[in-house]
Ligand binder design. Structure first.
Ligand code: ATP
Length: 304
């Protein structure tokens, strides 16, 4: 039985088909990648899995339980944790407070009670802080424990967000572009953390990620979305060199035969260029979305 089982999910926004009949599975303790160009429907699928959007068609099972109709907090309570493309942190508070606040959902009292330090919450708050410290140590952030997050660099904040999600005790971790904005070294360190999370804590991970070296290194299996549909799926090495995948991202020809690598500069080209601009799901459906997806945040980085 798959840990996460997404069966023929379709999600439309008016005439826009953001997810068309998507089927994917994640096995327990697997790290699975979800890749695809801007507008392919990846974040929408995360939103369907977490219950932010109701699906139009299809079913979603988590650990054998049909969660398709459950509310977001009910899915979270079952162990589905999620990070966001843009940081989901509480500004003006410290790193530790962010990890403590993330746990209030399951602490048995309100976030406000916890934050103002109501007497009845003292003992529990201490426990939550203790657990937060353990997580900070695990992901190498102890030195930032008492710093207000507003003062921290983006690379550190991405890991703080990961820590905050971990603090909710997820069994399935949905990560939305965890390496975006990170340096190559930070990306490498993130890869180490993700592998340790699986090995030492037993977390199962589904991650949206554009940084292919990271995906190839940590993922057991990859699904590729394009224009809202599943373009292909497979083992990382096979997907990485799949001609349609390369064409979908870069709008051009795949890299040369015999493993010839694309020039470094190709990896820096934005996914949407004047020449090879990738169509969005909305364009495929012949409609225009109500808003524009942020450009320039997501880049396909085929090789280091
Ligand atoms: P990116 O890498 O840029 O985040 P993505 O693969 O995550 O892209 P989505 O954000 O899921 O793609 O978007 C898929 C399509 O659905 C796009 O055409 C987008 O404009 C549209 N879309 C997503 N959310 C909404 C919404 N709330 N209302 C209307 N259209 C939406």
């Amino acid at each position: 039985m798959p840990f996460l089982d997404v069966r023929s999910v379709t999600k439309q926004f008016g005439g826009i088909v953001a997810n068309a009949d998507i089927t994917l599975t994640v096995g327990e303790w697997e790290i699975v990648g979800l890749i695809g160009p801007n507008g392919a429907g990846k974040t929408t699928l995360f939103n369907c899995i977490t219950g932010v959007y109701p699906v139009n068609r299809g079913q979603i099972y988590f650990q054998g339980k049909n969660i398709t109709k459950l509310k977001t907090h009910e899915r979270a309570a079952l162990g589905i944790g999620r990070s966001f493309q843009n940081l989901g942190l509480v500004r003006g508070t410290t790193v530790l407070q962010n990890l403590v606040t993330a746990q209030h959902m399951t602490a048995g009292y309100s976030v406000i009670e916890g934050m103002v330090g109501a007497p009845s919450t003292f003992a529990v708050e201490k426990e939550l802080a203790y657990k937060a410290d353990g997580i900070l140590e695990f992901i190498g952030l102890s030195e930032f424990r008492d710093q207000v997050i507003d003062d921290l660099p983006y690379g550190v904040l991405k890991n703080v967000e990961l820590g905050a999600v971990l603090a909710t005790d997820p069994q399935l971790l949905l990560l939305d572009e965890p390496s975006s904005g990170l340096s190559p070294t930070e990306s490498d360190q993130l890869g180490d953390i993700l592998l340790r999370l699986r090995e030492e804590i037993g977390v199962t991970i589904l991650m949206i990620e554009h940084h292919v070296p990271l995906v190839v290194r940590v993922c057991d299996y990859i699904y590729v979305l394009n224009f809202g549909t599943l373009l292909t799926e497979g083992l990382p090495k096979a997907v990485q060199s799949h001609p349609e995948v390369i064409a979908a991202y870069l709008g051009g020809e795949p890299a040369g035969r015999n493993g010839a690598k694309a020039p470094k500069a190709a990896g820096k080209a934005p996914a949407r260029t004047a020449k090879g601009k990738a169509k969005t799901a909305a364009q495929t459906a012949g409609t225009t979305p109500d808003y524009e997806s942020p450009e320039g945040q997501s880049q396909y980085v085929p090789y280091e």
